[in-house]
Design a protein around this ligand. Sequence first.
Ligand code: EPU
Length: 348
Amino acid sequence: MTEQVSLPIHERYSLKELNTLAVESEAEYFAEPADRASLLSALAYARNHNLDVKVLGGGSNLVMREAVSGLVIRYQNAKLRLIEESSDHVLVDVGAGYSWHQFVLDALKRDWFGLENLALIPGAVGAAPVQNIGAYGVEVEQFIERVEGLYLSDSSPFSLKAEQCEFAYRESIFKQSLDGKVLITNVIFRLSKKAAVNTTYAPLEERARQEGQPSPMTLANWVMEVRQSKLPDPSVLPNAGSFFKNPIILKTHFDALKEEYPNLPGYPVDALSSEGEKSVKIAAGWLIDQLGFKGRSMGLIKVHDLQALVLVNMGGQGSDVLAAAHEIKQAVRQHYGICLEQEPRIFS
Ligand code: EPU
């Protein structure tokens, strides 16, 4: 069958620069379409050659294997379009390839509010709904109107309203039933034109008490300072952010742990468990820290000096990262009886 391929399809392409853990990885095939027509032709190419499609965003929340089979597609569309404006809100359509942090800053510049607490999160807009990025008391689901994209199987379009995205803590339908089946092309956000800052995260609340209620831009700056004080810059120390989710455990379990570890940080969770019991989210970083892992090297992988949830790659492979994570998980399970869930996904 003849085909019209309007974009380069690279063979044996290095992905080392395209993952923030900076592990060596080679894609069997790689394409970087920047518009819908070339995206459609890349998808058609994969179908015609029986290649699995692997969707890559900013590469900041995954562990790459050394070899990635099939066609890796990195959709570069970085357009921003205002689609509705009223006196109190805007609806903005943002291309999946837009840098997340750039979008936060661009929204603030236009006086579109809400995303301040999510400043400086690495990655692309298209990946934000996948793990429902969250920080300092805010999750992106609060600002998503709908998510649009294409099914990989036949390039047919989908549009899911936020309620259909099954958002939860670091979770969505895109990590569950739609995992590996779709490519997100654009996300439609509903942002406020009225400034209303969220300073519920304790260190932000403390600063607001001392310096007064911040403007949204000031709050974004505070958030950037907190992040920079705790989290390593991936361009200096390669990492994938928090490597484990904060576990959600039953309140009865939390109360028992608290007897033994009075300083264990825990935050009540709104939703009840499937048995109708109260649950508490506990700080995985604290559990790991208490076990003495902070600053420790495991071969070429190091637990960050300032935040035990973050693994830093000092020249290892994806398999080294996973081995270090396994060691930490085992120690946490043995010591506290808690099973840590890995946050970054495996890309292979
Ligand atoms: N803590 C320690 N030692 C550590 C790390 C944390 O004792 O090494 C304690 C802290 O003192 C604090 C508690 O654990 O009492 C929570 O720590 P922190 O506020 O730093 O947040 P976190 O729970 O470790 C989560 C997110 C981060 C997000 C921050 C702020 C997850 C898995 N991580 O971290 O998200 O920036 O809250 O909201 O939910 C990411 O997902 O990549 C990420 C960085």
